[in-house]
Design a protein around this ligand. Structure first.
Ligand code: RM4
Ligand code: MN
Ligand code: MN
Length: 396
């Protein structure tokens, strides 16, 4: 790697931060069962402590995404406590995620529920979440809806779309001028016939209808197998409608596996689209990079450190694409050379320069190894094992 390339990577890493999900540190499982980890976080305090440990070791995760139901059990009344916990652990409350999918009343949907009282309750929760975000100085409110139906004919799809439009527009009206609303989509699960916001087109329609501060959130696990995610990213960028990511990897469905574990080239291609947008327009893409993973079998903190390191590596590789040659090859339709521009950058070993970047920022060169040497895991295992033996629930 040339000195110039090393400088480019270092400058890009300075500007690359990634938000961790509080729920990624708690016990989760599959619908078949949960394997409890003795060190899993059992409270918001423990989730923030673990996120802060990842930030201490990697230096690039200053904020933590919070789920209202799990991290603000008393809604607005929990704000002070969560704020002081975040201060205590030196992290910032990040995106606020309303939860309109777990309560029994949401069995047939939230803002798409045929019952007006339930639609109203869901909207009220979203509005409270917006207020929580305002009080915490959080910019993004991330909306994911489990709404949908399991059997053909059981839901009025167009009517539900209208209800969604109405609710999102009302919620948008409550945003402060610096806030954003991110609309996430997912093709299926928990609904297995139709999902109200099933893909990026639907999310885009709804975001545009809601107002200028609404953007689309791309969860990399929320696509059908063959879908070209980087093309979706490119299109949303072109319209300035890409608000953020939920990063994870998948092999089959919404598997929530560690980023880049199955297909690192795809993550690289996504970053490449973002970086080429930035180079072509001279504008920085206003994107919230967030992780949405649930590590069911791997140690949660280790998996999170691994994710952050992988994200940095793939981002650094994408930064190294020889953008000028690439656009020349594209113009002259030199297919092999153009493709090789991507492959060449992807195959550069960026780990030495990232280690150097960490050293120069006073961070451990190898955060995973530093975590293992820190004694943190042993301490929390001793503290939490008892509580985790008694736990049956997930996330909280
Ligand atoms: C969904 C979606 C949301 C996340 C929930 C827990 O599949 O990815 O972003 O908050 O899971
Ligand atoms: Mn998600
Ligand atoms: Mn998901």
């Amino acid at each position: 790697m040339t000195a110039n390339q090393a400088e480019t990577v270092a400058a890009s890493l300075d500007a690359f931060q990634i938000e961790l999900p509080s729920w990624g540190f708690a016990n989760t499982g599959t619908r078949f069962g949960k394997f409890l980890q003795p060190a899993a976080a059992t409270s918001t305090e423990e989730k923030l402590a673990d996120a802060s440990e990842v930030h201490r070791l990697t230096g690039v995760c200053p904020s933590v995404a919070l789920h209202v139901l799990w991290d603000f059990p008393e809604g607005l009344k929990s704000v002070d406590q969560t704020r002081s916990l975040a201060e205590k652990f030196g992290v910032r409350p990040g995106s606020i995620n309303p939860n309109v999918f777990q309560d029994q009343q949401y069995k047939h949907g939230s803002v798409g529920n045929p019952d007006p009282n339930i639609r109203q309750a869901a909207l009220a929760h979203i509005l409270e979440s917006i207020q929580i975000a305002q009080q915490l100085g959080s910019r993004d409110v991330s909306l994911w809806f489990a709404d949908g139906s399991n059997y053909p004919g059981t839901a009025n799809i167009r009517q539900r779309r209208a209800w969604f439009e109405d609710a999102l527009a009302k919620a948008h009206a409550h945003l402060s001028s610096s806030q954003r609303m991110l609309v996430e989509y997912k093709p299926f699960e928990p609904a297995f016939y139709h999902t109200d916001i099933a893909d990026w087109g639907m999310a885009l329609f709804l975001a545009k209808a809601a107002g200028s501060q609404a953007k689309v959130l791309v969860d990399t696990g929320h696509h059908y197998q063959a879908q070209n995610i980087e093309q979706i990213v490119a299109w949303l960028l072109a319209d300035e409608m890409l608000g953020g990511f939920h990063f994870n990897d998948r092999r089959y469905a919404d598997d929530d596996l560690t980023l880049g574990s199955i297909d690192p080239y795809q993550v690289f291609r996504i970053f490449h689209e973002i970086i080429s947008y930035e180079r072509e327009t001279g504008r920085r893409a206003d994107i919230a990079y967030m992780v949405d993973q649930s590590h069911n079998l791997k140690g949660k903190i280790e998996a999170m450190i691994q994710t952050v390191a992988t994200a940095q590596e793939l981002y650094a590789k994408a930064v190294l694409v020889d953008y000028k040659s690439l656009s020349r090859y594209q113009s002259s339709s030199d297919l092999v050379d153009a493709e090789n521009c991507l492959k060449d950058a992807f195959s550069i070993d960026v780990r030495p320069v990232i280690r150097e970047w960490r050293r120069s920022h006073g961070l451990p060169e190898d955060p995973l190894q530093a975590f293992r040497a820190s004694g943190y895991l042993e301490r929390i295992t001793a503290e939490r094992a008892e509580k985790n033996r008694a736990t049956v629930s997930s996330y909280a």
